[in-house]
Design a protein around this ligand. Structure first.
Ligand SMILES: Cc1ncc(COP(=O)(O)O)c(C=O)c1O
Length: 399
């Protein structure tokens, strides 16, 4: 498929000089997604689940159909998919939902690769319950392997919370094998799939995990929305996280009962337009095919990496053959300074700790530059980026 013709779906790319390399933070939004949300506001706009009139019925039908589309995308059942406030909201929900199951001395396994959103909720939970946070040792390259994971798995392991694809290094964690080992110890497995769902096929049944989270806004959808997948029995055994409208079944003065999952976890009016928009984004990705999305991102990464590798004064942190992003530094130049120059030429890429400070400590750098690639990027944009990195290096380092 020639992906370059999709660029017309992204009006932002027509803005003069803009070359967008920050999809790992947030992807651009294609026209059909915006159109779907506009259509809801212009032609429907009613609330879901509660109204006993035509518009509300239609809104409910569309909202639940969108849930089914999104669930199918990860091979889940609709009732296993809860809409949340981003991947961060989903991870916080799981940590709160599992809190009661953690006792003093229990172990929660994470890694230094984690985004803060899959680290801080567990750090907080461990402190609160006097549990131990255990880190999977990374390989020299910065990977989680099954062997390294097995080396920290014990009878006390209660939760395993790991990234599927690292947002800084782009490596894929062997989540199927890890889940199998963790389930043998009856530990809950939580997978942060914020960086995998937009790029590679993700099948929750195949992985076998208890929970898996992802974001809409990194996968062509609107901001502020995430998905918490939970195995049916896991969501059933978890208490509600928030209380209020919609999630309640019956409320009496001294007693209340709850709806079944997923509504049990969706308190108040949900982000209806966003859910419809995200289902449209899923259809958009399905039309392209995730094998094609993966191939395109990896091609651009490989092409750019080869050129950056040949440049003097550039250190690449993920010298690998997988993933759709590159983390690098211009030696002796703070990424914030470098990115200021790149921005002045219209290159939008991320500089910072990428919400992964433990990983920055592991890499022994305060921050990195990160270029991430997606369906709308082209080889000529990548070539332009490499040349601009060279100019930024010369600006700061030439005598
Ligand atoms: C790996 C990973 N997990 C979680 C998040 C948080 O996602 P959200 O912005 O949807 O809360 C991000 C965002 O950068 C991420 O890259």
């Amino acid at each position: 498929m020639d992906l370059s013709r999709l660029r017309d779906d992204f009006p932002l790319l027509k803005r003069k000089h803009i070359r967008y390399f920050d999809t790992a933070a947030t992807s651009l939004t294609p026209r059909p997604v915006v159109a779907r949300m506009k259509d809801y506001y212009e032609n429907l706009s009613a609330n879901v689940h509660r109204g006993v009139y035509t518009l509300s019925h239609e809104a409910t039908e569309q909202y639940e159909a969108a849930r089914a589309t999104i669930a199918r995308f990860i091979n889940a059942f609709p009732e296993e998919c809860v809409f949340t406030r981003g991947a961060s909201g989903a991870l916080n929900m799981v940590a709160l939902g599992l809190a009661e199951k953690i006792a003093e001395g229990d172990e929660i396994v994470v890694s230094e690769l984690e985004h803060h959103s899959n680290f801080l909720p567990w750090l907080h939970l461990a402190k609160k319950r006097r549990a131990k946070l255990v880190f999977v040792p990374l390989t020299d390259e910065g990977r989680i392997t099954t062997e390294n994971f097995a080396s920290v798995l014990t009878e006390r392991t209660k939760i395993v919370a790991l990234t599927h694809v690292s947002n800084v290094l782009g490596y894929t964690t062997p989540v199927e094998e890890i889940t199998r080992l963790a389930r043998e110890k009856e530990a809950y497995v939580v997978i942060d799939a914020a960086q995998s769902v937009p790029h590679i096929p993700v099948d929750v049944k195949r992985i076998g995990c208890d929970f898996l989270v992802f974001s809409s806004h990194k996968a062509l959808g609107p901001t502020g929305l995430g998905v918490l997948y939970g195995k049916k029995e896991r969501l059933e055994e978890m208490d509600p996280i928030e209380y209020g409208g919609d999630m309640v079944d019956l409320a009496e003065k001294d007693h209340a009962t709850w709806q079944d999952p997923p509504i049990k976890f969706e308190t108040g009016t949900p982000p209806i337009a966003e859910v419809l928009g995200f289902a449209e984004a899923v259809r958009y990705m399905e039309r392209i095919g995730r094998a094609e999305i993966k191939r395109h991102g990896e091609n651009l990464r490989a092409h750019t990496m080869e050129k950056l590798r040949a440049m003097e004064g550039v250190t690449i942190h993920n010298e690998s053959t997988e993933g759709s992003l590159i983390s690098f530094n211009i030696d002796g130049v703070h990424p914030h300074d470098a990115v200021t120059i790149l921005d002045s030429e219209g290159f939008a890429l991320r500089a910072g700790h990428h919400c992964a400070q433990p990983l920055m400590a592991w890499l022994s750098v305060p921050a990195t530059l990160r270029a991430s690639f997606y369906i709308y990027n082209t080889i000529s944009e990548c070539d332009g980026l490499v040349e601009a990195v060279g100019r930024a290096r010369d600006y700061f380092l030439s005598p």
